[in-house]
Design a protein around this ligand. Structure first.
Ligand SMILES: N[C@@H](CCC(=O)N[C@@H](CS)C(=O)NCC(=O)O)C(=O)O
Length: 347
């Protein structure tokens, strides 16, 4: 009896050792991400803890936003169904650890691309889905017209954001002194600002628009100052070392941008399959080839557009003039409309 148990234990331990040696449980993060996602049956998508317009649960608990649309688009491309994703809420500090550990497959969360992040933290960006810049939110009653008047102000920031260093650089360059109040949890930093513990909230302008509309009781009592002190190109990140997965996320975003440029929407995509335009035919898989380049089937982009929509549709629905945030396309317009969105050729 005892021997039998001991044998069983030996077999089990042997199995674990074999798994460790083969690396199967040593690091899920080192396996091919597409295989891991297919095996699991859903995409683990790292998002914010709740940032209206970009990634936040609605009244019914359904996650919505521009970044959520990217999660959905990757799920549609890889798993054939935009709903096959799980939003993994992460605060600013947690995001890269979650990516490196394999807890998430993609980070789709208002994350600024910087040289440091693209090299030294094990992450790499897969494109830009929102061009932004850092700004300041203040109470109107403070009577401040310009950021240059902020000398001596108390400024709320969130831990783990690029905003901390950017503000420090700007203040040094402009000879402005300020007192930072740096808090790790998003809710707490917003509450501190709303309670008047700081004069100013500083983060990406999109974030300020979101906080103002969705987190403050009287949005009209606040204003965003005119100065934008940095470039904050926001985009999805993946782990370094899996080029095939990087390509999938990169070209998912590019498919949404190309669809807008080519006039293909979630409502006309079926009839667009009959288009004579070779670019549209390739994108929708009528002319095959692009899917297999990514290790996917040829309807990958068709499903993204059908289930999620093109970039312009996603922008308008979540953060644009049809949304509570009312953000203008500005830098995020297509290059043909004076913006920076320049879809890479799908050929
Ligand atoms: N783009 C900046 C800031 C992004 C960021 O994390 N902003 C905060 C706003 S204060 C946020 O999204 N917090 C939401 C959360 O932690 O759930 C970065 O990449 O560091």
């Amino acid at each position: 009896m005892v021997k039998k148990k001991r044998d069983k234990l030996r077999v089990a331990l042997g199995g674990i050792a074999a798994l460790l040696c083969s690396g199967v449980i040593a690091s899920q993060a080192s396996a091919a991400t597409l295989d891991v996602v297919r095996e699991r049956g859903h995409l683990q998508c790292g998002v914010t803890t709740g940032f209206a317009g970009f990634s936040a649960p609605d009244d019914k608990g359904e996650w919505r936003g521009l970044d959520i649309d990217l999660c959905r688009a990757v799920a549609a491309a890889t798993l054939g169904d935009a709903d096959k994703y799980k939003a993994v809420p992460l605060n600013s500090q947690q995001r890269f650890t979650a990516l490196n550990s394999g807890e998430i497959d993609v980070l789709a969360r208002n994350t600024s691309v910087t040289q440091q992040r693209d090299t030294a933290v094990g992450a790499i960006h897969a494109g830009i889905n929102f061009y932004d810049g850092q700004g300041f939110l203040v109470l109107r009653s403070l009577g401040v017209q310009s950021a240059k008047e902020l000398d001596g102000a108390t400024i709320c920031l969130q831990t783990g954001t690029s905003n901390e260093n950017t503000l420090a650089d700007w203040a040094r360059a402009n000879n402005i002194s300020y007192k930072p109040v740096v808090i790790e949890q998003f809710n707490e930093v917003v509450n501190a600002f709303a309670a008047g513990r700081c004069d100013v909230f500083s983060t990406d302008a999109s974030g300020l628009a979101s906080i103002r509309i969705s987190r403050l009781q009287d949005p009209d009592a606040y204003e965003v100052l005119p100065e934008i002190i940095s470039k904050e190109p926001l985009g999805p990140f993946v782990r370094q070392g899996d080029d095939a997965w990087l390509n999938i996320v990169k070209w998912t975003l590019q498919a949404m941008l190309n669809a807008e440029e080519l006039g293909v929407t979630s409502t006309n995509v079926d009839e667009m399959r009959n288009s004579n335009d070779p670019n549209i035919r390739r994108m929708l898989g009528v002319t095959p080839g692009l899917g297999s380049n990514l290790g996917l089937d040829d309807e990958w982009a068709y499903r993204i557009i059908k289930e999620v929509g093109n970039y312009g549709e996603s922008f308008e629905r979540n953060v644009g003039m049809a949304s509570p945030l009312k953000i203008k396309r500005g830098l995020n317009a297509l290059w043909t409309d004076g913006g920076l969105m320049y879809p890479l050729p799908l050929r």
